[in-house]
Design a protein around this ligand. Sequence first.
Ligand code: HEC
Length: 163
Amino acid sequence: MKNVLTIGMALALAGVMAGLSASTAFAQGNAAGVIQYRQKVMSAQSGHLGGIGQILKNGLDFTAHIPQHAQAIADLAKLIPDLFPDGTQKGKTDALSEIWQDRDDFKDKARALETEAAKLARVALSGDASAIGPQVKKVGKACGACHKKYRQPKKKRYAWKKK
Ligand code: HEC
């Protein structure tokens, strides 16, 4: 019994250490990689939302795909808070420092996107075509609500690309 406990504690400690070494490895200089990765995830969000937009705008016979795109947005929304760890405030990024000052609100905004996108997936599955458009707008608003507060305003975006 005592051995089992000891093994359990050793495993728990190993888990904590693994977590620690992961975060120190990151601190040792992969901030640029994290920034690039999160921009890819955001681009993926944009691809899914844009795809839905194309289906609707052009009346494509792909409305059955909308739930998958919406679910993908909801799933990726869960990752957003993790994509902005300490140490990635500066560099080739349009993220504003407010993210790190108001983490709880930032997380709430990611959660709001998750909620609206999951709702879109349900609405699209329900077959009520008239409800899809308005719910897509709500998803777009959830993206915008976060960008407004936590991303460089349009004019200042991608300034780091010009350097
Ligand atoms: C919780 C906050 C938040 C939400 C929600 C959010 N974004 Fe973003 N997004 C950001 C931040 C912050 C950046 C800037 C990231 C950077 O440059 O490091 C960004 C950047 C982007 C970019 C630019 C990526 C690049 O290559 O530079 C696109 C495109 C984008 N978001 C699309 C979306 C779409 C579409 C949605 C909704 C489906 C969305 N975002 C939801 C915070 C958010």
